[in-house]
Each structure stands twice: as C-alpha cells, then as structure tokens.
Design a binder for this molecule. Structure first.
Ligand code: PBG
Length: 338
C-alpha cells in the first residue's frame, strides 16, 4: 500500500507550484504585477460656488467640490504622486438646455476649474470629458432632435468644446459620448487651433451599463435622463463590436484608450491592449466603487483589500492605469507601505 504522500509525489513529480509561494520573500520575488501611484487617475466632481465640499450619498467618501476646494484636492493628489485628475461638473439646472450650449462657454465650471488647477498645480495632468450630459436638460451625451441623439451635429459641438477646454489648459481630452467620427473630428479641431500637444484619451469602449447610477446622482443627471443610452453606448453582450469601435478610434488618432466600466470588462481590457498596444486604461466606475464601499461598511468584505485586489486585477488584465475614485485613498496607502 502506498501512503498518501507517495501518491501525491507520483502525480506532481518535481512540479510543485507551492515552492514559490512558501514565504513572503519568495512571493514578493515572483510577483508579476504591481500597483503604484503612477497608475492612478482621480475623477473629481465640481460644483459652483466657493468653500464647499459636499458628500454624495451614493458614493461614500466622495465629495462634490467648488473650484477652490478642487484646487486644494488637486494639490494634495499631486503631492501624493497621483499623475492626473479627471473633472466632471455638476452645473446649475438653469444652465442646462436641449443642446448643452454651456459646454462651449469659456468660463463654464469645468473650464474655470481647469485654469485654476493648471495655475496652482502645474505638475498634475488634467483630463476633461467633452460629452454633453452634464450640460443638457435631458441628460443625454449628445444633442437631442425629435427624440434622436444626432451624431454629426453632436460631433461638431464636442470638437468645439474640446478646443475651448484645451484653451483653458486641459492636457488630455477624453470624449465619452460614443458618437461616430468624434476622435478624428476632435483631433482636426485641436490641431487647427494650435493644440497639437493636447492628447486624446478615447472612452473607446463604453458599455451601456447599469454601473453608472451613482455618477448620475453625483452630477444630477439621473432624474433628467429620458430613456436610455443604448443607441450610442455598446451592448454589454458584444466584445468583438467593442474591438471594432476601438479600432476606428485608433485609426482616427486616439493617443490612449479606455474601457468603461472596468471590472466586468477585463476581457475587453486585455483584448484591446493585445490588439492595439496603445496605453490602455480602465475606468472603475461609480457603481463599482459604491458596491465595494457598501459591502465594506456592512462588514461583509475587507474594503481595503478588495480595493487593492480590484486595482491589481486591472494591471494583470494589461491596463496601464485606472481611473478610480479610490485614487487618494490608495495613494496614501501605497505611500505608507513605502
Ligand atoms: C457620460 C458619463 C458617464 C460616466 C462618466 N461620464 C456615464 C453616464 O452617465 O451614462 C460614468 C462614470 C461613473 O459611473 O463613474 N458621458
């Protein structure tokens, strides 16, 4: 009779995976992926006024900030080593209209924030979205005509908005509205206005997702939205279509690509990185953030460890970085660990 140990030996031969896992030092030595502060982009929410930082009920730990507070936050993030922020404005309701015309104002909330932050914190990158949803009275990302989101007219407007944002000091324009032809149009408009150095991070594959709920509360678009965004965002069932959509953005001149939401779409992150080799980012969106916070608040998961594990998963899936509301929290944690 062979004993159990012998039996396992016959199966494994010399192959024992656990040798490399046996101690902290071996595990550190063989670790394939690592999360660093350089991987983080911090999305922040803006409100008009001064001296206000107000909590967002659906996103515990995240605040809407007036420009002066956003400047302080950007300074703190830069001091922690966070390379870039992404800004999203919650503008007054009376400024929102059918075509999102406030997006073209030089002194609108997002542009004021950009120039103030650029001025005070020149060493942090500023990424601005040109989708029209913060500016429209119907909460859609584009111009609504007779019940339809019109493509080409929206593209013209977001390209103009991109030029205004670049003039205010934006370093990277990130169009998230998923209209066809937008990357090429924005590139041409930026170049024509002398902004050759302003990059484009395409929300290349943005899925029609239920994970955006808390964000819509953060910028007060949830109650406004009529219908859904299925005629312009990608169906969560479609991976190959997502790749084709991203391929067009690459052809049209995108400098960086993004996948959104993040964790449910790691396969897309991997496929995009493999297919194009461009710097590729995942957006760990509001619903992903809030799920972790809610479960942690209930004591059902270890929030800190789940946060780090999800962010590391993006690295393993080939991402060069992550847009995450956890950015300051994780930057502090990484700094503490040294
Ligand atoms: C829309 C936009 C969305 C997000 C950022 N810009 C999605 C939407 O409201 O449909 C979501 C970000 C998040 O959920 O964190 N242009």
């Amino acid at each position: 009779m062979q004993d159990k140990t012998h039996l396992v030996d016959e199966i494994t031969g010399h192959r024992r995976m656990r040798r490399n896992r046996k101690a902290d030092w071996t595990r550190r030595l063989v670790q394939e992926n690592r999360l660093t502060v350089d991987d983080l982009i911090w999305p922040i929410f803006l409100i008009p006024g001064t001296g206000i930082s107000e909590p967002i009920a659906a996103m515990p730990g995240v605040n809407r900030m007036t420009v002066d507070r956003a400047v302080e936050a950007a300074k703190e993030a830069a001091d922690l080593g966070v390379p870039a922020i992404a800004t999203f404005p919650n503008i007054e309701m009376h400024l929102r209209d059918e075509t999102g015309s406030n997006s073209l104002e030089r002194n609108n909330l997002i542009n004021l924030a950009t120039s103030a932050i650029k001025n005070a914190v020149p060493n942090i990158g500023i990424i601005t979205d040109v989708a029209l949803d913060p500016f429209t009275s119907h909460g859609h990302d584009g111009i609504l005509r007779a019940g339809q989101i019109v493509n080409d007219e929206t593209v013209e407007q977001v390209a103009r908005a991109a030029v205004v944002q670049a003039a205010a000091g934006a370093d990277i324009i990130a169009p998230s509205e998923m209209m066809d032809g937008r990357i090429g149009a924005i590139r041409r408009a930026l170049d024509a206005a002398g902004h050759q150095d302003v990059g484009i991070m395409s929300y290349a594959t943005k899925f029609s997702s239920a994970f955006y709920g808390p964000y819509r509360e953060a910028i007060s678009t949830g109650g406004l939205l009529k219908g859904d965004k299925k005629t312009y965002y990608i169906d969560p069932a479609n991976g190959t279509e997502a790749l084709r959509d991203a391929a067009l953005d690459v052809e049209e001149g995108a400098d960086m690509l993004m996948v959104k939401p993040g964790l449910p779409y790691l396969d897309i992150c991997w496929r995009m990185k493999e297919a194009f080799g461009l710097p590729t980012f995942a957006y760990q969106v509001s619903g992903e953030y809030s799920m972790i916070k809610a479960a942690a608040a209930n004591g059902w998961i270890d929030g800190e460890r789940v946060m780090l594990e999800t962010l590391l998963a993006f690295k393993r899936a080939g991402c060069d970085g992550i847009l995450t509301y956890f950015a300051p929290e994780v930057a502090k944690l990484l700094a503490k660990r040294g």
